[in-house]
Ligand binder design. Structure first.
Ligand code: DOR
Ligand code: ZN
Ligand code: ZN
Length: 404
């Protein structure tokens, strides 16, 4: 495939150039590549960025697939410019044994429009022996140190420590003091630690200090913890039911501090924590989790418009860094030899985000009141169009590979 007239960043410099792909890889980046008999897509000077890598999605498959499944969740990804997602283990049954892990991997073959990986779940019964069996095939071990959706909370210190000892990388749901505890264990066991969804200024501060000490600790923030706060929750009855998740939305000051930490390099990634529940479920009973994957890039582009981060930083935190932290091979950069995962964006489209064009089975978006900072026009996965102008083409997604 030849993608012509792409506005891209090369070493921080903006250029309009062509991108040539073969066998799913980028093989040439240069101006005026001859068309020949290639499939040609003309980006017409629009922005083209690497496919987004979202390290934090709950696709609900199997067991909760009335809320989302691998097909619909991956369509929402393609629609949002996400070409790789990592799925969380709080599905049913919870992914806490190697057998269930292998069953889930087998079950998802051929269901996804984009590439994907799986987290393995740490369990309170101490499944550290099981971690050893899946370590090469899992993105990381996910543990919950605070209560959230599902039944995966671990409180026993010895169990948590055994899981740190046996894991390659630990992704943690930790809030406030539990962030401090996770950082201590990162230091004690010298294991990379990925702090999911930081939501408070004080948590960003802990991360900044841990990094200054040289620890291998990384932080993620969700678009909702950047753009929404408790004032939005309290705005009306409907929002007080819908805008609920763990960790909960905090204050406007926290929003500002999180933006700063994202811009200054303290926070490493954007992950959506895409955690769909049907809107009817949310309105009937307090239920934690919100969808996010199809609006994350469009919202973060809004952050670029508002001067909160640069385009270069957006690409780092949404594409390059998540691939690096989880050792994902060939993803996250527009570079010769990398997978041809590309997103064409219309930055002139500042239209309103609407509930009625969402794909997720959740059937609503937390960003209804916002205008997008740009629209995803076309999503390309390994040199094949998977989404373009509201049409979907082919479930070409497959499981990612890891370095080492
Ligand atoms: O709000 C949340 N929902 N937070 C989590 O950590 C899990 C998620 C879910 O699975 O619904
Ligand atoms: Zn969580
Ligand atoms: Zn989550």
């Amino acid at each position: 495939m030849l993608i012509k007239n792409c506005r891209i960043l090369i070493d921080g410099v903006e250029k309009v150039t062509d991108i040539l792909t073969a066998d799913g890889k980028i093989i040439e980046i240069s101006e005026n590549i001859p068309e020949g008999r290639l499939e040609v897509v003309d980006a017409k000077g629009k922005w083209v960025i690497p496919g987004v890598v979202d390290a934090h999605c709950h696709m609900r498959d199997p067991g909760l697939s009335h809320k989302e499944d691998f097909m619909t969740g991956s369509m929402a990804c393609a629609r949002g410019g996400v070409t790789t997602f990592i799925d969380m283990p709080n599905t049913v049954p919870a992914v806490t044994t190697s057998e269930i892990f292998e069953e889930k991997r087998a079950m998802m073959v051929g269901k996804s429009y984009v590439d994907y990986g799986f987290n393995f779940g740490g369990s309170r019964n101490d499944n550290s022996e099981e971690i050893k069996k899946v370590i090469d095939k899992a993105a990381s071990t996910k543990i919950f140190l605070n209560m959230s959706t599902g039944d995966m909370l671990i409180t026993e210190d010895s169990v948590i420590e055994n899981i740190f000892r046996e894991s390659k990388i630990i992704s943690v749901h930790a809030e406030e003091e539990m962030v401090a505890k996770a950082i201590e264990l990162c230091e004690k066991y010298d294991k990379p630690l990925y702090l999911c969804h930081l939501s408070k200024a004080s948590e960003a501060k802990m991360l900044r200090e841990a990094k200054a000490k040289g620890l291998k600790v990384y932080g993620e923030v969700t678009p909702h913890h950047l753009f929404l706060n408790v004032d939005d929750v309290n705005a009306d009855e409907r929002s007080s039911m819908l805008l609920r998740m763990k960790p909960e939305l905090k204050t406007k000051e926290d929003n500002e501090e999180l933006w700063k930490a994202l811009a200054d390099g303290t926070i490493d990634t954007i992950g959506t924590d895409h955690a769909p529940h049907l809107i009817e479920e949310k309105l009937a009973k307090l239920t934690f989790g919100i969808p996010g994957v199809e609006n994350s890039l469009e919202m973060m582009l809004k952050g670029v418009d508002e001067g909160k981060i640069s385009m270069a930083r957006l690409i780092e935190v949404m594409c390059t860094k998540p691939a690096e932290i989880f050792n994902i091979a060939n993803k996250g950069k527009i570079q010769v030899g990398y997978d041809a995962d590309l997103v064409i964006i219309d930055r002139d489209d500042k239209s309103a985000i609407k509930d009625d064009d969402v794909i997720t089975k959740a059937n609503w978006t937390p960003y209804e009141k916002f205008n997008r900072g740009g629209r995803v026009v076309t999503t390309i996965l390994r040199g094949q169009i998977v989404y373009s102008n509201k049409e979907f083409y082919g479930k070409y997604g497959r499981e990612i590979n890891y370095h080492e």
